[in-house]
Design a protein around this ligand. Sequence first.
Ligand SMILES: NC(=O)c1ccc[n+]([C@@H]2O[C@H](COP(=O)([O-])OP(=O)(O)OC[C@H]3O[C@@H](n4cnc5c(N)ncnc54)[C@H](OP(=O)(O)O)[C@@H]3O)[C@@H](O)[C@H]2O)c1
Length: 264
Amino acid sequence: MKTVCVIGTGRMGSLIVRHIVKTGEYRVVATDVDPEKRLLAKSYGAEVFENNRDAAKSSDVIILAVKPREVQAVLNDVKDLVGGKLVISIAAAVSLKHMEKIAPDARFIRVMPNILIDVGEAFIAMSPGSRATEEDVELASRVFSRMGEIARVEESLMDAVTGFSGSGPAYVFTIMDAFADAGVKIGLPKELALRMAARMMLGSAKIVLEGKGKPMELRDMVATPGGTTIMGIYELEKGGVRAAIMNAVEAAFKRAKELAESPY
Ligand SMILES: NC(=O)c1ccc[n+]([C@@H]2O[C@H](COP(=O)([O-])OP(=O)(O)OC[C@H]3O[C@@H](n4cnc5c(N)ncnc54)[C@H](OP(=O)(O)O)[C@@H]3O)[C@@H](O)[C@H]2O)c1
């Protein structure tokens, strides 16, 4: 049984630990500078180490789930222990080239998930580094498989993926809450309106993912001529909803690019 180590068990790292433990296919070890986060990882079934070197030493695969500004220090600390091993980084903005330079004997894969790994519905982009093998990509895909849909992308697209699907759930939660407020405005209780909004978004996503039509085709099926829906759509368009979403994603992409230029 291979041992997978997660360094940094904050928001993302702890969810990753929980999922990998659940597969039952790997021994999972975890470390964090914060004792409370270590306790959380332990409660999910990981073996917990106080220091990153001990954890890295006893592992076959290392997942870096610390903030981008901490990646360099963590890698420098364990670089002599990760030679010949697969290191998977989920950090935004830190390039494969940079990590490969710090630990020249390790094989790297960059992964950009999002918070939806919590419910196994994340979009998970994966870019293998220059030394990673096909077996490494297969192994990384297996490790992340229950956390969502995995897609291999060129590293040059990683900042776009970060601004789009890395940050994306936050945009969707904002829109969902706006729907709930809209429900309140027309007399629905907020909790009921929120459930309606969430269901609506879940179902709409499913119908598209199941290939039942493109979003605009499906929209036209709902919007009957002179009916209620087209009145609502007119207000959405007048409010510039599409431009607002496009601007939001572009702003996050630009910020991801800025961070990639100086992540430390
Ligand atoms: N959050 C998201 O939606 C999201 C989505 C995609 C990718 N990511 C990427 O995932 C990574 C983690 O993000 P996050 O939101 O999970 O951050 P987080 O909650 O801050 O988790 C990082 C954890 O690492 C710990 N840590 C700091 N220095 C360490 C060290 N030297 N050794 C071991 N542990 C250390 C932190 O402890 P302290 O808090 O005590 O410093 C914290 O518990 C980031 O690189 C981010 O770019 C995040």
